[in-house]
Design a protein around this ligand. Structure first.
Ligand code: SAM
Ligand code: CA
Length: 219
């Protein structure tokens, strides 16, 4: 037993994979296809997908924003458990990877719940704010360009209802956030970690799950 998070050996991770979560056939197929790509490490881990799906269910979420779609694995994880009238505003700029995402969403029968916007996410979020949708979303997943995390976070806090949840990915950045110095992306994530830790507008925890997942609940 331990009072701190375990280090995962390959054997323990393998065991975890066998009993730790349930992944649908559609998610397995998409994950295995994505794994063939040279940029496969952009995708979230399956345990994170199932954790986020459980959060959708716990929150009773109906309206979600996702910033950073890639081949659509995280979107599909959430869409699978959303009610039929649920809605995901999915933001990305890459027509190639999101073309794959669309195919897999269709195959899984969840494409009707997903509104993919191919434009810089900040543009899409500002349009949604201008359209009067502040305070109407239950959950946001931020997983795109790290230098814009602060802008996404501020916009999304406006778009969330009180009690709504912001999830930010890669907040441990392969451990680099604990190093001195670092590149622009590392710096941006360090600034966000400090900011959210002190932000009285939210309740928060940074979980050592996958590459570090911050949950911030709007007060
Ligand atoms: N959540 C995805 C998953 O689990 O498979 C992974 C997202 S990947 C790490 C980051 C994505 O952000 C890329 O698909 C990229 O095209 C997108 N992106 C980068 N800059 C963006 C921007 N300014 N606006 C919207 N999307 C952007
Ligand atoms: Ca990520």
């Amino acid at each position: 037993m331990t009072t701190r998070t375990l280090t995962l050996t390959d054997a323990l991770y393998g065991y975890l994979h066998s009993v730790g979560w349930r992944e649908s056939d559609n998610l397995v197929t998409l994950r295995e296809m994505t794994a063939q790509r040279s940029d496969a490490n952009m995708q979230i881990a399956p345990e994170q997908g199932q954790f986020m799906a459980l959060l959708v269910q716990l929150l009773g979420a109906r309206r979600i924003i996702e910033i950073g779609v890639f081949t659509g694995y995280s979107t599909l994880s959430m869409a699978e458990v959303l009610p039929e009238d649920g809605y995901i505003l999915a933001c990305d700029v890459n027509p190639e990877s999101t073309g794959i995402a669309r195919r897999y969403w269709q195959a899984a029968g969840v494409d009707g719940k997903i509104n993919l916007q191919l434009a810089p996410a900040l543009e899409t979020l500002n349009n949604v704010l201008t359209d009067g949708e502040a305070g109407t979303f239950d959950m946001v997943f931020i997983d795109a360009d790290k230098s814009s995390y602060d802008d996404y976070y501020e916009c999304c806090l406006k778009l969330l209802r009180p009690g709504g949840l912001v999830i930010l990915d890669n907040m441990l950045w392969s451990g680099r956030v604990a190093d001195e110095g670092g590149d622009a992306d590392t710096d941006a994530l360090k600034v966000m970690n400090r900011k959210i830790h002190q932000d009285e507008r939210v309740d928060m925890v940074l979980l050592p799950l996958a590459d570090g997942v911050t949950l911030a609940r709007k007060r």
